[in-house]
Design a protein around this ligand. Structure first.
Ligand SMILES: NC(=O)c1ccc[n+]([C@@H]2O[C@H](COP(=O)([O-])OP(=O)(O)OC[C@H]3O[C@@H](n4cnc5c(N)ncnc54)[C@H](OP(=O)(O)O)[C@@H]3O)[C@@H](O)[C@H]2O)c1
Length: 240
């Protein structure tokens, strides 16, 4: 079956939720994993659990990106992930919120990618996978910053895929639907609302972080070498 023996993987936003589930699956396939996030406590607990390396790094800053990439030591696999922008109506987004969303969601991925690409191209093997959202193609009214920035990430990686496809480096995005993590609990805290939402999902339930992680892990394998510039939706049929 699939193997990632000896590959180095950097998972940012790796202390919780989908990032942590992805890190676990990459580890299970044999990769040497480094987790990055801002909060040390959760990071340490996750890293202990996985037997992974860890680094406190805020990927919305150039220094954080540099620290994360250095800690991972020339990663072969990058899972670019961070927290999602807070909800608001589109007409109410402040300049500061646009700026923060740009730094955290878009520039983090662009900078991480810039930092890992030269090594991947030199070695002739690399996997760049960004976690985005089903809202890329189906904007959610209350997530305007996320909708805009994730679309930018998607198209940046599609463009980059064109440049590096012949170098053994693939660039893809995995777009989760409603997935049962801390973020979802915060966004849909009311159980009655959560039940209503689940009733609208064709699968009639929220996804599990491991179900999104499985798509990420597959994209990281040798077997996925010919898949590039793609968005894989893991959404229980919502987008249909
Ligand atoms: N769950 C869903 O239903 C869903 C649906 C669509 C899209 N998404 C997107 O998928 C991504 C992962 O979601 P999730 O539900 O797994 O979120 P989560 O449970 O809130 O986990 C987010 C992870 O990112 C880390 N993080 C946040 N900001 C960071 C930063 N600036 N630098 C480094 N690490 C950072 C967090 O740790 P620290 O806070 O300690 O840094 C944590 O490890 C998010 O971008 C989210 O918007 C989620």
């Amino acid at each position: 079956m699939f193997k990632l023996d000896g590959k180095r993987a950097l998972v940012t936003g790796g202390s919780k939720g989908i990032g942590l589930a992805a890190a676990r699956q990459l580890r299970d396939l044999g990769a040497v994993v480094t987790l990055a996030a801002r909060g040390e406590e959760a990071l340490r607990a996750a890293a202990d659990d996985l037997g992974a390396a860890w680094v406190v790094a805020d990927v919305s800053t150039p220094q954080g990106v540099q620290a994360a990439v250095e800690a991972a030591g020339q990663p072969d696999i990058l899972v670019s992930n961070a927290g999602g922008p807070p909800p608001s109506l589109p007409s109410a987004v402040t300049g500061a919120a646009w700026e923060q969303g740009f730094q955290t969601t878009f520039l983090s991925t662009a900078r991480l990618t810039d930092a890992v690409l030269p090594g991947m191209r030199e070695r002739g093997w690399g996997r760049i996978i960004a976690i985005t959202s089903l809202t890329v193609g189906r904007p959610a009214l209350n997530l305007p910053v996320s909708n805009a920035m994730r679309a930018a990430v998607t198209n940046h990686l599609r463009t980059l895929a064109l440049e590096v496809a012949a170098d053994g480096v693939t660039c893809n995005t995995v777009a989760p639907g409603y997935t049962a993590t801390e973020r979802l609990q915060k966004l849909h805290a009311d159980p009655a609302e959560a039940a209503k939402l689940q009733a609208r999902i064709p699968a009639r339930r929220f996804g599990k972080p491991e179900e999104v992680a499985a798509a990420i892990a597959f994209l990281a394998t040798n077997e996925a070498a010919y898949i590039t510039g793609q968005e894989i939706l893991v959404d229980g049929g919502w987008s249909i």
